[in-house]
Design a protein around this ligand. Structure first.
Ligand code: AMP
Length: 474
């Protein structure tokens, strides 16, 4: 049903008796960030072991594989490609044997100058195996003459522009690093293993810590390289000082609602967005309605907020089937019209003869909303007012979110009134950009909202050097 996909998620575990299992569980918790492939690299003494493959965490790993991934340290990755085709060479973590020993890298985000860096490296003799942007990191690390891996990482990362939250494993350290603008989240936590070892964990989202019982310590800071080795933990800054540009879309859609992202509960931000939207609605001439319903699951917190603010009841007017897996067999052409209904079924018991406000987190192409609204009407609703808990999506993302190209973003070519007509709503309202910024408490800037305001915080030169078709959104 959804024609575009999530980005990626990374994990790292250091000094834990069950490092591979902790990594596996953490990847399970962040599976929503990527379902295309997954992998784990472990470190035992100075030997690395790797297992990766296409599919979900539950499909790629089993007991036997996890038992074979021995060692007290591990990094892991779940991927949905924003750059690079879906082939083994692009699955992460990427691993190579360098003069400094084995190095494995797991990356979330998108490096906007990967194209020119890659061309330069190729002209200097580097050989690339995949078509992804992450491989340039390994090559830049490999080329640096220092014996000190952190020095090599520092030099490599200073040459990159764009979004990267990374976990890196060497033969004697685990490294976590975040680009100087801090587009993607990355958090640090601590736990004790069954033998009483003090373990460090790193993950894209705090929901991974909840699952493995780790204590959240702090975010890895934008422009920080943090590492842990036999001498304990260390940290160093790299790159120039740049304004913080956390991705606001993590709060709007990507992150799990039970995560704390950029210091804020995602659930609370989404609920506040719904409240603020109801307030903006009320200011501009109140609509009369009987019930507030979410598009499950993404619209649930904002619908709750809208209901609280408007004083109208929240109901589950659409029931979601949770068992639509990736292996779902498309029905025969003649019954394709079932479409959205396979996943989302509006219930007549809630909707018959009602004036309905329906909340969703974002509207991108508009095709999903159109289908949902027609189903809500078919279930007997008298009026359907669509409310979107984010501003109109007008631009593609170049920092790791898989959005369609600009021409396919309905708000880049139609007015709100026209979009309302297209989706068949009696009225349509989006949350304002100011509303979204107060929902994330981002008044002082600090967020990248390029998909909503078109202000890209980095240069975008060189994106055309990435092999065609490998960057969605172009
Ligand atoms: P559309 O039919 O293109 O307007 O789809 C809008 C729906 O897609 C909303 O329900 C969002 O929750 C969801 N959505 C928004 N961004 C993404 C994304 N990058 N990947 C997958 N789903 C998304």
């Amino acid at each position: 049903m959804k024609s575009f996909k999530d980005e990626c998620g990374v994990v790292g575990v250091w000094n834990h008796q069950h490092a591979s299992r902790m990594t596996y569980l953490s990847l399970y918790a962040i599976q929503h960030r990527g379902q295309e492939s997954t992998g784990i690299v472990t470190l035992e003494d100075s030997t690395q072991r790797i297992h990766k493959g296409p599919g979900l965490v539950s499909e790629v790993f089993n007991d036997e594989i996890l038992d074979s991934l021995k060692g007290l340290a591990a990094i892991g990755h779940v991927r949905y490609a924003t750059t690079g085709a879906n082939q083994m060479a692009n699955f992460q973590p990427l691993q190579a044997n360098l003069s400094n020993g084995p190095v494995a890298v797991a990356h979330n985000g998108n490096i906007v100058n990967a194209g020119p860096v890659r061309e330069r490296l190729k002209s200097e003799g580097s050989i690339f195996q995949g078509t992804n942007d992450t491989e340039v990191i390994l090559h830049l690390i490999a080329k640096h003459p220092s014996k000190d891996l952190v020095e090599c990482v520092k030099s490599a990362l200073s040459q990159l522009e764009g979004a990267f939250s990374l976990t890196i494993l060497s033969h004697k350290a685990m490294i976590a690093a975040r680009d100087p603008m801090g587009f993607r989240p990355l958090v640090l936590g601590k736990l004790q293993d069954p033998d009483g070892r003090e373990s460090f964990v790193v993950a894209s989202e705090t929901c991974a810590f909840d699952l493995i019982g780790a204590k959240f310590l702090r975010e890895i800071e934008p422009g920080e390289i943090w590492w842990v080795d036999g001498d304990g933990e260390h940290s160093v800054k790299f790159g120039s000082n740049q304004p913080r540009k956390a991705c606001v879309f993590e709060h709007v859609y990507f992150a799990r609602p039970d995560s704390i992202v950029f210091g804020q509960s995602v659930y609370e931000v989404r609920k506040r967005a719904g409240q603020l939207l109801a307030r903006e609605d009320a200011k501009e001439g109140k609509i009369q309605f009987d019930v507030v319903i979410p598009v499950p699951d993404s619209g649930v917190p904002s619908a709750l907020g809208y209901s609280v603010e408007s004083g109208r009841p929240f109901e589950l007017g659409i029931i979601r089937n949770h068992y639509i897996g990736r292996t779902f067999i498309q029905p025969h052409q003649s019954i394709r019209d079932i479409g959205v209904k396979i996943k989302l079924n509006p219930q007549e018991a809630v909707l018959r003869d009602k004036r309905v406000v329906v909340l969703d987190d974002s509207l991108v192409r508009g095709t999903t909303s159109k289908k949902i609204i027609s189903l809500i009407r078919a279930a007997g609703a008298k009026e359907v007012h669509l409310r979107i808990a984010a501003p109109p999506t007008i631009g593609p993302c170049y920092y790791g979110v898989d959005t369609p190209e600009k021409s396919q973003l309905i708000a880049s070519r139609q007015t709100i009134e026209e979009i309302g007509k297209f989706v068949g709503a009696d009225s349509l309202r989006y949350l304002s950009i100011d509303g979204l910024m107060s929902a994330v408490k981002g008044e002082q800037g600090g967020f990248c909202a390029a998909c909503f305001d078109g202000k890209y915080p980095t240069g975008l030169h060189g994106l055309d050097l990435i092999p065609k078709g490998n960057v969605r959104g172009l």
